[in-house]
Design a protein around this ligand. Structure first.
Ligand SMILES: N[C@@H](Cc1ccc(O)cc1)C(=O)O
Length: 393
């Protein structure tokens, strides 16, 4: 591959490139070093196929790729999840990412995994972190994290440290480039501004477009129906797809079409393969329709030749086809152990999910009862000495 061919492969399907000239000049001399970071806050979902598809491109272009399992960042952003838990999740993420890459035929031998807590707690890193804190205003740190750090009513200091530490990671991982979704843009721009002020080199940045969720909104870890987890069972996949908004002829608000366009077709086109998607149509309406590119499918859906039911049935098959090898790998007892440590049943049971109407009513009733009880108890409340002293993190 010539340097120019490498550049084309590295940057294809991206939304934005900052520092194109720098990347080209490095490629003229040697292979590029790049990292992608993921904070182990919840669980990787179907949308992860998109960065994985790009990682496949990077590796094919000879890039030295590091994946940062950002457990400390997960801790900073996860509002009280214990550090041990996010660390266990980082281990789960590593196994999941390796399994997903293997399932799409990407060799792992050139890929490096680094755990954030293995270098972000060093003396030097801490001092650099303090130096950054003495340069960045609260206003700028908040702005940089606006699309990445959870926005809550009483923001914690930890959320202000997050963007600066992501900038420092570029230096400490020794890369030329950081890659991420375009939601990371403000952090990337901050890194470009501040690393030189610490005497470090300004890095280039590559950005992927965002993946919409199945409900038509951004695929979000906090809305369980908007995302499909890599370990969701075939029945759950079916249930979620059946629920997805998908109106006949409407190609603009359609999370399933977005999935096929942003995730499925690019993934199935890796290594110059011809992608194939089957809309499953009953025999009496003419039978199945097979598509080798996204545009033909979109046109037929717009022209109502493909019905929402046909599209949904096809997407269910397609997703289950992608997930089958991953689910199988995680049947291994070793992987089961890793999964359980990352998502202990008691923590998962406590995780907030959207309550239905009956649950909302029950919760309201419970709250009322509790308030009445609290009013009763007011006079014999425990003294501060009796309050629990257990650490919360
Ligand atoms: N901000 C990234 C995670 C990340 C953390 C630290 C980094 O250095 C890089 C990336 C996310 O939203 O998931």
């Amino acid at each position: 591959m010539t340097p120019d061919e490498k550049y084309q492969l590295i940057t294809r399907n991206l939304q934005e490139v900052l520092g194109a000239e720098k990347i080209k000049s490095i490629l003229a001399e040697r292979d590029l070093k790049l990292y992608w970071g993921t904070a182990s806050t919840s669980s990787p979902h179907l949308g992860y196929f998109v960065p994985m598809t790009k990682i496949a491109d990077f590796l094919a272009a000879g890039v030295e790729v590091t994946i940062l399992l950002a457990d400390i960042h997960a801790f900073l952003d996860n509002l009280k999840a214990p550090i041990e838990l996010v660390k266990n999740r980082a281990i789960y993420y590593e196994h999941m990412i390796k399994t997903v890459l293997t399932s799409i035929g990407v060799p792992l031998d050139k890929l490096k995994f680094v755990l954030g807590s293995d270098f972000e707690l060093s003396k030097e890193y801490s001092m650099d972190n303090f130096k950054l804190c003495s340069l960045v205003t609260e206003h700028d740190a908040k702005k940089a994290g606006a699309e990445v750090v959870k926005q809550v009513e009483s923001p914690l200091l930890s959320g202000l440290l997050y963007p600066g530490m992501q900038a420092l990671d570029e230096e400490y991982l020794g890369v030329d480039v950081q890659f991420g979704g375009v939601d990371q843009r403000k952090i990337f721009v901050m890194a470009e501004k501040y690393l030189p002020l610490l005497g470090y080199e300004k890095r280039a940045h590559l950005m992927n477009p965002m993946v919409p969720g199945l409900t038509g909104t951004k695929m979000s870890s906090s809305d369980p129906d908007s995302k499909i987890d890599f370990l969701d069972s075939p029945q759950i996949v079916k249930k979620k797809i059946k629920k997805a908004f998908c109106e006949e002829g409407n190609i603009t608000e359609n999370g399933l079409l977005s999935f096929l366009k942003a995730v499925y077709f690019p993934l199935k086109s890796l290594n110059n393969k011809t992608p194939e998607f089957t809309a499953i149509r009953p025999e009496q309406y003419g039978g199945n329709m097979v598509y080798n590119n996204y545009q033909d499918l979109e046109n037929d859906f717009r022209d109502k030749k493909v019905h929402p039911g046909d599209l949904k049935a096809g997407v269910i098959e397609a997703i289950n086809g992608l997930l089958d090898p991953i689910r199988k790998a995680f049947e291994d007892p070793e992987y089961k152990k890793i999964t359980e440590a990352a998502y202990p049943p008691e923590v998962v049971a406590k995780a907030p999910s959207k309550p239905n109407k009956r649950e909302r009513k029950a919760a309201a009733r419970k709250q009322k009862d509790e308030q009445a009880e609290a009013a009763d108890k007011e006079n014999n409340a425990p003294t501060p000495e009796e309050a629990p002293k257990e650490p919360v993190v």
